[in-house]
Design a protein around this ligand. Structure first.
Ligand SMILES: O=C(CO)[C@@H](O)[C@H](O)COP(=O)(O)O
Length: 239
């Protein structure tokens, strides 16, 4: 596989006329990561790498060396989702960008430290995003919206895979889109849905305004990956 070369404008270069597929490497076969990366490479719009500190989240996930290795094996952009406490979010942002992340998303719940991490990501030549836990009011993301290129809403409890989508998820996406509009950033920010991504939920999330979905078992568990991605790309564009 080719080595990737980093360049700015990663998010602006993503197609906006169809739903994007962001592949969560947590859901790959961890014992066969290189094989899985090779299999998904043609279909990936973004790689999604979860980072969890076992304090902000129930569990512990991934680290900079992992990102550095993945960056050598793919030409596709790497999105790191930092699910960590405020006191380490800036340092973690630096470490993951140095390792090869193109886009780092921090939690709005990190407050001022999260805003400083966003500024740092941009200073270091990467792009920045904001994420909300399912239970956090959507308005909490407002101070980030002038600064970020990506806005992710969790549709399940944080840091646990295999869950069903919350009933609140679609309304929250609609609210997020109105906030983006109010901030004058609707066209500049990609709106993402993470968690509970299933065959029956993707069309609902799409209709509610999601422009990308974080694919876990829906992609890695599908024997017909080209067919699954063709299905994803053919879904109606948001009205
Ligand atoms: O963080 C998450 C879910 O919250 C994703 O990154 C997981 O990878 C999703 O896995 P599935 O539940 O879709 O299998």
């Amino acid at each position: 596989m080719t080595s990737k070369s980093l360049s700015g404008g990663t998010i602006a270069a993503l197609p906006r006329h169809r739903l994007l597929g962001e592949f969560s490497l947590w859901s790959a076969d961890l014992a066969n990561m290189e094989r899985d990366l090779h299999r998904i490479e043609p279909y990936v719009d973004l790689h999604h790498i979860d980072v969890a500190d076992a304090r902000f989240t129930p569990g512990f996930l991934f680290f900079p060396d992992f990102v550095a290795r993945i960056a050598k094996l793919t030409a596709k952009p790497i999105h790191v989702h930092l699910m960590v406490e405020a006191e380490i979010v800036e340092e973690q942002t630096r470490q993951f960008i140095e390792a090869g992340a193109d886009l780092v998303s921090v939690h709005a719940e990190n407050g001022e430290a999260g805003l400083r991490a966003v500024a740092l990501a941009k200073e270091l030549g990467a792009e920045a995003g904001v994420v909300l836990r399912l239970e956090t009011p959507v308005a909490k993301a407002e101070p980030f919206l002038t600064e970020v290129a990506f806005f992710t809403l969790l549709g399940t409890s944080i840091g646990v895979k295999g869950q069903s989508l919350s009933d609140k998820a679609c309304d929250r996406l609609r609210e997020a889109r109105s906030l983006m509009k109010r901030a004058g950033r609707e066209k500049d920010i990609v709106l993402a849905a993470d968690g509970g991504i299933r065959e029956q939920t993707v069309p609902l999330l799409r209709a509610a305004g999601a422009e990308t979905v974080v694919l876990g078992s829906l992609a890695f568990g599908d024997m017909d990956l080209p067919g699954r991605i063709a299905w994803l790309h053919a879904l109606e564009i948001r009205p």
